[in-house]
Design a protein around this ligand. Structure first.
Ligand code: FAD
Length: 260
């Protein structure tokens, strides 16, 4: 077990936050950054790397109690339960008390994507967290990070914190070249951008065709659409023979299904 994670987990304070949107910026045609902020966020227990929150979406006409705490929200569940969606903390700045969330603007209607499409300064965002997610293994000889654009905020956060010079092979599936984003790291990063071709195994095929280190201890983290994760995990375990404990896949969304 990763002791860094367990120590961090014990420190986490899961709390409900209701904070205003400060800015909205379009990063790419299908990705928008919503910056929320306010003095309350000085207490946000951000522990670095990959952290996520649960966004709460209530119907517009619901009267919410003041103050809206986690306990108060749960107390209302028999009358109204919010729709919940998980999002990565793309950036937290304790000095300015700001958080960036990067939303993929996808075609099928969903409360999170729709909210982000319409978000304006002054809108309120309700969320619960933070929850620690993937913490890269500091003892790994090299890293493999693979996912689609929903995983980009987490991949970017992980890359920012990898140790200098450690090899990191990154595969990201996006719609097209316009969706590619700059990624900053002190690690020795090799990035492969893949443009969607309508298949579920684009990531798996690209990783299969890549020249990856043959020696050393890998730490592989995968996140994205479920079928893509199944194909990629199968390749890493069955064809490349990586140890199960070295491959950490997460389903971020499922085609044709709502929620996560
Ligand atoms: C730990 C974690 C962290 C995540 N971090 C982020 C993040 O930082 N940014 C981010 O954008 N997403 C992130 N996701 C994924 C996001 O939570 C899902 O994509 C979610 O389903 C979006 O909710 P929605 O309300 O927009 O759509 P939903 O109501 O869930 O789905 C409506 C329809 O849209 C489809 N759909 C959902 N997501 C996508 C997509 N990305 N592309 C195409 N179709 C889609 C569904 O299959 C469904 O048919 C994360 C997920 C997890 C588990």
């Amino acid at each position: 077990m990763n002791t860094t994670v367990s120590r961090r987990s014990r420190r986490q304070q899961t709390k409900l936050w209701r904070v205003p949107v400060l800015r909205v910026a379009r990063l790419t045609p299908h990705m928008t950054r919503v910056t929320v902020g306010g003095p309350d966020l000085a207490d946000f227990a951000y522990a670095g790397t990959d952290q996520n929150v649960m966004l709460y979406f209530y119907p517009d006409d619901v009267e919410l109690p003041e103050p809206l705490t986690l306990e108060a929200a749960r107390g209302m569940w028999s009358q109204v339960r919010p729709l919940t969606r998980t999002y990565t903390v793309s950036r937290y700045d304790r000095d300015t008390c700001e958080i960036d969330f990067d939303f993929v603007l996808h075609d099928d209607a969903g409360p999170a994507s729709d909210w982000a499409k319409r978000a304006e300064p002054g809108d309120l965002l309700i969320f619960v967290g933070p929850s620690p997610a993937y913490q890269p293994d500091p003892m790994a000889d090299w890293h493999l990070l693979a996912g689609d654009e929903t995983a980009l905020p987490a991949i970017a956060a992980v890359l920012r914190e990898l140790r200098s010079g450690v090899p990191a092979h990154v595969f990201v599936e996006v719609e097209d070249a316009a969706e590619e984003q700059p990624l900053v790291s002190d690690a020795d990063v090799t990035i492969t951008w893949l443009h969607r071709d309508g298949t579920d195994d684009l990531l798996a095929r690209a990783v299969a065709a890549a020249e990856l280190p043959q020696e050393g201890r890998v730490d592989a983290w995968l996140a994205g659409e479920r079928a893509a994760m199944v194909a990629l995990r199968a390749h890493l375990l069955n064809d490349r023979g990586y140890e199960r404990s070295r491959v950490r896949p997460t389903t971020y969304w499922r085609r044709g299904e709502t929620g996560n």
